[in-house]
Ligand binder design. Structure first.
Ligand code: BDP
Length: 641
């Protein structure tokens, strides 16, 4: 029997306990969507709070109808709304029926600084976009009747500062020209861009769950014979100390395969079905699903199991291990090769607004292109992305919103404190997902500045104990000879644009330049696997030229083919004994909106393999063919000490 343990010990639950469980409906919980049209207005003079708009029965005119979830920027024809910097206000009234002892108002995300008032009283503030925050409504409901009218008013500010993530600086050129100067390449979409949900719980309730595979035992044929999962349950509410807990793991046929009545313990599963990543020879295609268990947690009073106080279920428990060697990334002890495409949460009209149609299309296209990975560039995505990734076995590199950290003053103590806060929020939200196999703490920070070194040293020291078994990657555009921070990380991610941002038009230089670049990282860090975390070129769909010239579909296709020659020479998939290159992620899946500039035609970054409307360019077929071929490459299991 071989026992496999995770790279980093299971990070137990005392360090971070306040994960916000995804709102679900069960026999003890109700949910209700507050999505739809909200009343909305700009606060161009920043007077809303001092004029107490939060306590008025209506927001002062002019208001407009605004959909939630959506970024507000592209919904109207008004350029002032499109480029607004500062506060915007949203308001909605709803009836709350007294059908549960506790109702929670949950914002799946709002960008970036949010203040929420319920019935005129301050309820919750939150800094940072992309991640959820919530407030218990109960203290704000004063009427004792069966139904109350609730007014929720939300102010959201998209001004970025030297201590926000991402950072930015407001420059006031004159009273009518305010500019938010940022160092990143996405349009600064803002507003309530993810769903707003009401959910109920009992007085005492399952507040948090942490679960992870601790180990899997394999027989000599590499069949899993048993698996051990560590878990911890936190109970919230008034009666938490008298309640009993039952934790059950249920397989896809509805059979209970393990159970335990401790709030913190382990579950042992005999003959487990493993969660496998898609798109490898030994696993399933990315159009088919991985094996998932359901974790059911029941709280009950002694002797009254059939009348549970609370029931919560996580339907995406995957049994799998992660281990890193100096040249391979192993999932369930088999080599995994990351071959997917990065993307943005970005689409026409909605901007960053969450949309189920866009979500479903996204995953259908991963299936089409045989892509088995995405990095949540450049911020945590909506939780629904991770849930579908769990289902299909698409591997996720979870990334914080630390982009554009290109100035010395951004590496301050206050920024470090905020960076830690968003890491904790991201980890506590996403750590139970089997699809999340790596954490990316930042994208292209100026990691050649001396000030970046103590910053990332402190950040990694803080992060490692709470990383729940996931290795840490730094994604850099620096080089082995000037980067000062890679030493702290487990995996090297490099973003490269040779023959695009340098060596214009010189496709012929790509293979040798990239090969030398990868080799120099390897000789500097011989024990860290490497992947190319971005590479790509702007391509105008329908623009052709032979021989290939920049911006044509031919150029994009040849560009990728030249990089692939460099990758294949050192690939850990193709050269299991000598390779150390563990993956490739083109930039990017879809064309996406950016600030306007002379290099962004129509305010769009055109590096997509697909248009913003999700139609393929020629290079998409090259990648599809390449990724499909990877599925024919058999993987071997190296036995290492
Ligand atoms: C990379 C950035 C990415 C940009 C890309 C580009 O990580 O956010 O969109 O460059 O310029 O350096 O297309």
């Amino acid at each position: 029997m071989i026992s496999v343990y995770c790279l980093i010990a299971f990070a137990c639950c005392n360090i971070v306990t306040q994960g916000l469980l995804y709102p679900i409906e069960t026999e003890t919980r109700q949910i209700r969507s507050l999505d739809g049209i909200w009343q909305f207005r700009l606060d161009e003079n920043g007077v809303g709070e001092s004029e107490q708009w939060f306590s008025m029965p209506q927001l002062p005119e002019p208001t407009i109808p605004m959909p939630v979830p959506s970024a507000f920027n592209d919904v109207t024809q008004n350029i002032t709304v499109h480029r607004h910097i500062g506060w915007v206000w949203y308001a909605k009234n709803f009836y709350l029926h007294n059908t549960a002892p506790r109702w929670v108002l949950r914002f799946q995300a709002a960008s970036y600084e949010s203040r929420v008032w319920i019935n005129g009283q301050s309820a919750v503030n939150h800094s940072g976009g992309h991640l959820p925050f919530e407030t218990d409504l109960t203290p704000f409901i004063t009427s004792g009747g069966n139904v109350s009218v609730v007014r929720v008013v939300v102010a959201v500010n998209n001004t970025l500062t030297t201590t926000s993530l991402p950072p930015g600086e407001l420059v006031i050129h004159n009273p009518t020209y305010r500019e938010l100067v940022t160092q990143f390449d996405i349009y600064n979409y803002a507003g309530i861009d993810h769903s707003v949900i009401l959910y109920s719980t009992s007085k005492s309730y399952v507040q948090d769950i942490v679960i992870d595979t601790q180990s899997i035992d394999f027989d000599s044929q590499h069949i899993a014979t048993s698996a051990t999962l560590n878990y911890s349950i936190t109970i919230g509410g008034t009666e938490s100390n008298v309640l009993r807990v039952l934790v059950q793991l249920i397989d896809a046929n509805g059979v209970i395969v393990a159970n335990n009545s401790d709030s913190q313990s382990r579950l042992v599963v005999e003959k487990p079905h493993l969660w496998e990543p898609c798109g490898m020879n030994h696993t399933h295609p990315c159009t088919e699903e991985s094996y998932l268990y359901t974790l059911q947690v029941t709280l009950y009073n002694e002797g009254a199991f059939n009348e549970p106080v609370d029931v919560y279920r996580i339907p995406y428990i995957g049994i799998r291990t992660i281990r890193l060697t100096d040249s391979q990334f192993l999932i369930n002890e088999r080599p995994f090769y990351f071959h997917g495409v990065n993307a943005h949460e970005d689409s026409d009209i909605r901007g960053t607004g969450f949309d189920d149609v866009i979500l479903a299309k996204h995953f259908n296209l991963y299936g089409w292109i045989h892509g088995n990975t995405f990095r949540t560039s450049h911020y945590p995505y909506a939780e629904e992305f991770y849930q579908l990734a769990d289902r299909f076995g698409i591997v996720v590199i979870g990334q914080t919103a630390a982009i554009g950290m290109n100035r010395e003053e951004y590496f301050s103590d206050r920024m470090l404190a905020h960076h830690k806060q968003v890491i904790v929020e991201m980890f506590t939200r996403d750590r139970n997902h089997p699809s999340v196999v790596m954490w990316c703490l930042a994208n292209e920070p100026q990691s050649n500045l001396p000030v970046s070194r103590p910053y990332f040293s402190a950040l990694v020291n803080f992060t490692q104990p709470i990383a729940a078994g996931r290795p840490l990657i730094l994604v850099t555009n620096q080089y082995a000879n000037n980067d000062l921070c890679m030493e702290f990380f487990d995996i090297i991610g490099i973003n490269r644009y040779v023959a695009w941002y340098s060596d214009y038009g010189r496709l012929d230089q790509i293979t040798s330049t990239i090969s030398q670049d990868i080799a120099s990282w390897r000789s500097t860090y011989p024990t860290k696997p490497i992947l190319v975390s971005e590479y790509g070129v702007d391509t105008i769909p329908g623009l052709h030229n032979d021989p290939p010239l920049m911006f044509t579909e031919e150029y994009q296709t040849e560009f990728y083919a030249a990089y692939h020659l460099a990758f294949d020479n050192v690939s850990s998939l193709l050269h299991p004994d000598t390779g150390f290159f563990i993956g490739e992620l083109p930039w990017t899946m879809f064309d996406f909106a950016t600030e306007q500039s002379t290099i962004r035609v129509g305010g769009i970054n055109h590096k997509g393999l697909f248009t913003r409307q999700r139609q393929p360019k020629a290079a998409a077929f090259l990648l599809k063919h390449r990724y499909e071929q990877f599925e024919y490459v058999t993987t071997t299991i190296k036995r290492e000490a």
